[in-house]
Design a protein around this ligand. Sequence first.
Ligand code: NDP
Length: 504
Amino acid sequence: MNAPASLPIAAPAETHALIAGASIAGAGARLPIFYPATGAQVGELIEDDAAQIDRAVAAARTAFKSGWAKLAVEKRQEILLKLHDVVLAHADELARLECLNTGIVMRELRERHMKRAAYNFRFFAEYIAHAKGEVYDQTPGYRSVVVREPVGVAALIAPWNAPTALASMKIAACLAFGNTCVLKPSEQTPLALRRFVELLHAAGLPEGVVNLVNGRGATTGAALVAHPGVDLVSFTGGTQTGRAIAAEAGRRLKPVTMELGGKSANIVFASADLDRALDAALVGIYSNNGQQCLAGSRILLERNIADAFIARFVARARGIRIGDPTDDRTELGPLASAAHRDRVLGFVDVAKADGAALLTGGKRADMPGALAGGYFVEPTAVRVGSSAARVCREEIFGPFASFLTFETYDEAISAANDSDFGLVAYVWSDHVPTVERATRDLAAGVVWVNTPMTRELRAPFGGYKDSGLGREGGEACERFYTEVKTVTVPSTPVAVRKLGLPTG
Ligand code: NDP
């Protein structure tokens, strides 16, 4: 375990909304912001009420009408590329703010999250240059073209586990297709996103195109979703919240995308490259401090390799370096909040009550010095008898792996699919027919074969069942962030039936 260090960066004393490019203090509650590695309060967020949401939505509407929606694609691309550059140029500062607010390890933030956040703008800048349309000319004398137009003002709601990486995808896609937005970060993690939106303005983003409001989901988030000036809602977060938001949006017929929870199966067949599968199983559950929707949290092992695989997994899990997230040697930082730590650890008793064996971890990690107040949990793993166990059914969202074993291919697939979730699935095997079959049989929005998580932005990403509604990705975002209009034009003047003329 590493020695404690100082804060990654100083936070502003107060975090305010950013509306039409200006910082505006709300009138709501003052909520503390903590550094999860020490438990110290590092700032305060001022919650935004309905009046503030009104202002933000109005600013987004004004920006939409006054030019952003009609901007030439080349000009929009130019701005998106500048946004890419400014995010990259400030990647270290953004990573430090994100670390301060989430406790995610700086190395992961620098190398994955912030690069991805910048790349999202370049990706969509390039995508819109190649967007195609449809033409129908089968009806003689007519040509119909299908055009796509921006929808309007989007509400973008982001979770706390990867705030900037996830919200930047929404912002980039929303803007690329000519929409404007109001973003609401999780009230736990506003710091990096607040600075992110400020930087977008510094790079030349017109005022009002991206606005940011702060506050709790039940107050600020709910008011934003219900606001009549919001035309569509893109949400990433938990399944229960997703249901509530989709219901509210449905009442008003607002389109939604829902990127929700997961309980993804990581199936390792005896025919796999077991060394690689072991490395990936560890990464799949313990990276991002174990807090990721696409974690391979149910590890399904073919019985004849299970004992040896688990023994090696446990030895490696015990060797994971827990500690100061600013130290590049650290492999596992703290959980995001004290309440979340307690919830994750609560699953140890839940597992035992279901007859599971605790293999490793299951308690707070003792840390030295200032880190003693942090929300650290030891990498945890349990072995369960069946996928009926609650730790196999509920999303724990922490460094907590549940092992299951199987005898046959059918058992493996049936256990993998025995879940209310269906976000992603991982398959490890070098036997091509097994891989082929599994990719067809698994009920998940994404199947990764012989690889840890590898996001392909061009392809749709999203979940089956309780893991979501709709998809994100190149074309999927184009569909979501645009309205479709069919324009039919005759090639020569048409003969129109003449109503209302005198007869005879
Ligand atoms: P929550 O569902 O608790 O919150 C997500 C966001 O929604 C937060 O900004 C929250 O605000 C806000 N919110 C809460 N209630 C409402 C409401 N009634 N109306 C509007 N907004 C609301 O999720 P977490 O932040 O706890 O994130 C973890 C979850 O996100 C996990 O289940 C995880 O699997 C999922 N996730 C899914 C991903 C995917 O791509 N499928 C990716 C990453 C995470 P506040 O926090 O301020 O209350």
